[in-house]
Write a protein that binds this ligand. Structure first.
Ligand SMILES: *[C@@H]1O[C@H](CO)[C@@H](O)[C@H](O)[C@H]1NC(C)=O
Ligand SMILES: *[C@@H]1O[C@H](CO)[C@@H](O)[C@H](O)[C@H]1NC(C)=O
Ligand SMILES: *[C@@H]1O[C@H](CO)[C@@H](O)[C@H](O)[C@H]1NC(C)=O
Ligand SMILES: *[C@@H]1O[C@H](CO)[C@@H](O)[C@H](O)[C@H]1NC(C)=O
Ligand SMILES: *[C@@H]1O[C@H](CO)[C@@H](O)[C@H](O)[C@H]1NC(C)=O
Ligand SMILES: *[C@@H]1O[C@H](CO)[C@@H](O)[C@H](O)[C@H]1NC(C)=O
Ligand SMILES: *[C@@H]1O[C@H](CO)[C@@H](O)[C@H](O)[C@H]1NC(C)=O
Ligand SMILES: *[C@@H]1O[C@H](CO)[C@@H](O)[C@H](O)[C@H]1NC(C)=O
Length: 521
């Protein structure tokens, strides 16, 4: 699957200025209407032993416990005016199954592109569809769109597949999103493309690009968890002009670069899309962090160690995004500002006003330390302020900074660069610039997991990327996501993120570049 990024038109020749003041709305950017979205972070009820295969009745009894919670939450969401509600990946059955032990949980989900079916009003059409019936009735009774994730069993060969391939045991098993209209009709079915150690499931024979249309907000696209890191289906959806993405996930937080709220917010900003992200809450596997992210706002929840382990419903009114903006941007002249700065006063007189230094070679001395299993090249920041470069090969990152230490505790920071193929727990090519708080006061602790920081920092972080897919984020202490004050992408791959006036200590500031075109090299 050698995928070209050449067709991605909308970042091509744009010089864009975006500016954020707070988490709430720059809705004046959007001429159109709004809608109310909801995501539910579900504290999953698990079977004590997923290694023992359950009968269908036992599996239904188990799933009913989770469905009962879905039903309650849908009522609460509807009371708050929600028009669409998203539940997380694996939220009904859990995880760590294999192909056999999940069998009691499987239903055969008909293809909504082939037939119209309302499981709530026509339950007798198919046997063994209790989950579909329950979900459909939840949508219908609460008059809202419902997106849920469940396990699908399909006979071989699949009707929709041109390829005549089949798993050895003669059927497919898919990790699947289903979407029900507000009257209960099944309107979309999406099979996860990028599995993450899921022995129970198959990868579909070809990537599925699945969307559905709503009367209140137009088109939405579907993805699941690990999919968010890959070209298929995520970037293909966005390239097709789909700007509202629905994202059930069972996301295991991994700092310093891939905490749930950090990366999900970054994807939404970098791709200029809305992302409705519903995560599982399960402390044992570090799963928490759900949100409603738009290009202009972030409404999210991230639990902390010691918090009661419980679900969380998030509801937010958000703008409908115009699917045609890419086409408009391509028509602009080079150097045109397509999104005007907001009323926020800029940090004039602060550390970081000069621009575009040459990104040529590293400040010395550099050292290499692993961060999330990748060998980052780092340079240390000193305690006050400065100007640093660091390169990994020809990929260079630049930082101007001024530290604003709080309290008396000493904290060490480093600027890191990595260009290469990440190969642990998935294979994906990266170019990353990141400022991180080191876990201790030794250089060797830079890149390790850190959740807290006190030091605030005004900074300008910049890199020259070999990709237009760069996802920016600022993560403050205790998984607080800050909106970068200023983001700029220029032709030639230079991306600049400027930030000041932090509300909390800096944990990670990151420009996460994805080199999709090198994933298979
Ligand atoms: C699934 O797990 C069960 C219980 O651990 C085991 O007996 C069975 O052989 C496994 N099946 C497959 C297909 O791996
Ligand atoms: C459902 O199962 C029952 C009992 O096995 C069978 O009589 C019926 O024909 C089945 N219905 C469908 C639609 O397959
Ligand atoms: C929900 O599923 C249960 C079995 O788990 C079934 O008995 C019940 O009929 C279903 N409810 C609806 C409304 O489909
Ligand atoms: C969860 O996070 C903690 C702290 O970051 C870490 O020590 C632990 O290994 C993580 N657990 C899993 C299952 O990843
Ligand atoms: C993002 O989308 C908004 C609203 O649809 C548009 O006005 C803006 O120009 C886009 N921003 C970027 C960086 O392309
Ligand atoms: C940062 O804070 C200072 C002092 O409170 C304020 O004058 C300035 O406008 C703020 N800058 C931004 C970009 O919000
Ligand atoms: C930090 O670095 C800057 C420039 O790189 C330098 O001017 C300043 O004196 C340094 N501060 C300390 C405490 O070393
Ligand atoms: C990036 O740094 C690592 C570690 O020093 C090194 O092995 C690798 O070759 C460098 N990559 C490039 C493109 O130079």
């Amino acid at each position: 699957m050698a995928l070209k990024e050449a067709t991605m038109y909308f970042f091509a020749v744009i010089f864009v200025t975006l500016s954020f003041t707070s988490a709430i709305g720059r809705t004046e950017h959007v001429a159109g209407s709004t809608y109310v979205a909801a995501v539910y972070e579900h504290r999953i009820i698990l079977e004590p032993d997923p290694h023992v295969p359950l009968s269908r009745p036992a599996a239904l009894k188990h799933m009913q416990k989770n469905l009962d919670i879905y039903k309650e939450q849908a009522e609460l969401a509807a009371q708050q005016g929600a028009q669409i509600l998203v539940f997380p990946e694996d939220g009904l059955q859990g995880f760590i199954f294999n192909r056999t032990t999940i069998s009691g949980y499987l239903e055969t989900i008909p293809d909504p592109q082939q037939e119209s079916w309302n499981p709530c009003t026509e339950p007798e059409r198919y046997n063994n569809t209790e989950v579909l019936q329950n979900l459909s009735c939840i949508a219908r009774h609460n008059k809202l769109y419902v997106v849920a994730n469940m396990a699908d069993r399909q006979p071989c060969p699949m009707k929709s597949s041109l390829l005549f391939i089949c798993p050895p045991d003669g059927h497919w098993q898919f990790n699947t999103n289903v979407v029900f209209r507000s009257d209960g009709q099944l309107v979309a079915r999406y099979h996860k493309q990028n599995l993450f150690f899921e022995a129970a499931f198959d990868t579909p024979p070809q990537p599925e690009i699945i969307t559905f249309d709503t009367p209140f907000a137009g088109r939405f696209g579907l993805l699941i968890c690990f999919d968010i890191l890959f070209h298929e289906p995520t970037v293909t959806l966005v390239e097709k002009g789909v700007r509202q993405l629905i994202f059930p996930t069972a996301w295991m937080n991994s700092l310093p670069l891939l905490d749930s709220v950090q990366f999900h917010r970054a994807l939404s900003l970098g791709a200029n899309v809305t992302l409705l992200a519903a995560n599982i809450r399960y402390d044992h596997m570090n799963m928490t962090g759900s949100g409603i992210y738009t290009p202009f706002s972030a409404t999210y929840h991230h639990a902390h160690r010691g918090d009661p382990e419980e679900g969380r419903l998030l509801v937010a009114r958000v703008p409908v995004l115009d699917p045609l903006w890419g086409g408009q941007s391509v028509a602009t002249e080079e150097g045109v500002v397509t999104a005007e700065s907001t009323t926020s006063t800029s940090s004039q007189g602060n550390c970081c006003d000069s621009s575009h230094p040459e990104l040529l070679s590293s400040s010395s001395p550099t050292f290499v330390s692993p961060m999330m299993f990748d060998p980052f090249t780092f340079v240390l920041l000193n305690e006050t302020e400065g100007n640093l470069n660091v390169c990994n090969g020809t990929f260079c990152c630049h930082l101007q900074y001024r530290q604003l230490p709080q309290g008396s505790s000493k904290e060490l920071y480093a600027l890191g660069a990595f260009a290469g193929l990440h190969t642990v727990d998935g294979r994906y090519a990266l170019q990353v610039c990141a400022v991180v708080r080191c876990a201790g006061l030794e250089a060797s602790s830079c890149g390790q997991v850190v959740e807290e920081a006190e030091t605030k920092m005004d900074f300008l972080l910049e890199g020259k990327f070999g990709t237009k897919y760069v996802y920016p984020s600022v993560l403050a202490s205790h998984q607080v996501v800050e909106e970068p004050e200023h983001l700029e992408k220029t032709a030639g791959g230079r991306v600049t993120m400027k930030h000041s006036n932090m509300t909390g200590g800096l944990v990670t500031a990151c420009l996460y570049g994805r080199m999709y075109h090198l994933d298979n090299e």
